[in-house]
Design a protein around this ligand. Structure first.
Ligand code: ZN
Length: 384
């Protein structure tokens, strides 16, 4: 009997130690990951605009965004002469590095002598406060510059669930009624034209639409990236009213050696910039895509180096087998090539606005690198 009791006690003691060990392990993991999550959510990425740059906030266009992760800075460059107006958005999807970085380079280098240019590098600011750990997605990328290393956030395609939760099983787009999968409810580029009292992401979309309406913005360019196996890359997707502008700009880009496919926005695909901003405002809405293997399904090791170099052995093999829609070799698609495309295209489109619609729409800007300058150098040369 005594032996039986002591055996039982020792069993219970072992169980207690096991349970305590497990509880301690869980607590340690929770504290470490919680700390990482907290610091990532509150990391302040620096955008070093020249002194005296006019800074607006998205909450100026929808006050309920003030004090939330949906508020974001808009840098405004006004020329002395009147002309056309342009809005460039990066970071609609915070894991599409070239879109975000191109807008940062614009904000830090742009000079405008005629017309007005609005630059918003973190369109869905909340997307920069979370990422996709299950996809092994990096959290930061480091870019060497003459003045030291600049750390940029590599965020998520979607609004942070902390800001908008739970996702419905089926997301019904407002006002079209189109059904989409539940997680798309946090995708800014499925939320236009947005709603004043809608979900967090719909409110961000609504504020961007107001920014365009209140400033009468002539041309809106939304900068994105997609995986190299996605058919619609190295391309622009445009609202039908932007067809003439895009055609002329694409021909000009082709003349300087940059091939840019054009696709007209499908009338029945709702929520996207190139559809809803074109339908609900007078802006000419264009979305541009470059190739980012870090987002692809057939990539190998996923890390910050891949996001910057765009170099991946699996994609090299896929290209040899003819599975990709963009030229891809052992040099990959480095960030210089991707930002070079975006920045060259933005400059050509801005110029084309004057050719196509007349003198009063002219935008004269300088200070930005072209495609050749970027591919021969480094993006770090253009960060302050
Ligand atoms: Zn995107």
């Amino acid at each position: 009997m005594k032996e039986k009791t002591s055996g039982r006690l020792s069993f219970l003691r072992n169980k207690l130690f096991q349970n305590l060990f497990c509880a301690l392990l869980i607590l340690t993991v929770a504290v470490l990951t919680g700390y990482e999550f907290y610091t990532f959510r509150h990391y302040r990425e620096e955008i070093r605009v020249p002194e005296g740059t006019e800074i607006q906030h998205l909450s100026d266009y929808l006050p309920s965004l003030k004090g939330t992760a949906g508020d974001t800075e808009i840098y405004v460059f006004r020329g002395e002469e009147k002309g056309g107006s342009l809005l460039v958005m990066g970071g609609t999807h915070a894991d599409e590095l070239a879109g975000h970085l191109s807008a940062v380079i614009m904000a830090e280098n742009l000079k405008v002598t005629r017309g007005t240019v609005f630059v918003m590098p973190r369109a869905n600011n909340s997307g920069f406060t979370n990422n996709f750990p299950q996809e092994a997605s990096p959290m930061y990328v480091e870019i060497p510059t003459a003045g030291g290393v600049r750390t940029l956030v590599y965020g998520s395609r979607a609004t942070n669930p902390v800001d908008q939760w739970p996702d419905p099983d089926l997301y019904t787009h407002f006002p079209s009624g189109q059904g989409l999968s539940g997680s798309e409810t946090r995708n800014l580029n499925r939320s236009y034209p947005g709603r004043e009292n809608g979900s967090f992401t719909e409110r961000v979309a609504f504020a961007i639409k107001n920014l365009i309406l209140e400033n009468g913005i002539d041309l809106t360019i939304d900068l994105h990236e997609a995986s190299p196996e996605y058919p619609n890359i190295n391309s622009s997707v445009l609202h039908e009213r932007a067809m003439k502008l895009s055609g002329d700009a694409s021909l000009e880009l082709n003349d300087i050696g940059i091939s840019m496919r054009m696709e007209v926005s499908p009338a029945t695909l709702h929520g996207l910039t190139h559809r809803e901003l074109g339908d609900y405002t007078n802006t000419l809405a264009v979305l541009m895509e470059t190739a980012n293997p870090c987002q692809g399904r057939i990539r190998g090791a996923t890390n910050a180096a891949l996001a910057v170099s765009g170099k991946d052995a699996c994609y090299e093999q896929a290209a040899k087998l003819g599975y990709l829609y963009v030229p891809y070799d052992e040099n990959g698609v480095p960030i210089e090539e991707r930002c070079g495309r975006h920045l060259q295209a933005v400059q050509v489109y801005a110029e084309a606005l004057g050719w196509v619609f007349g003198e009063e729409y002219t935008i004269d800007m300088s200070g930005l690198p072209g495609y050749d300058e970027l591919v021969k150098g480094s993006v770090g040369d253009w960060l302050r």
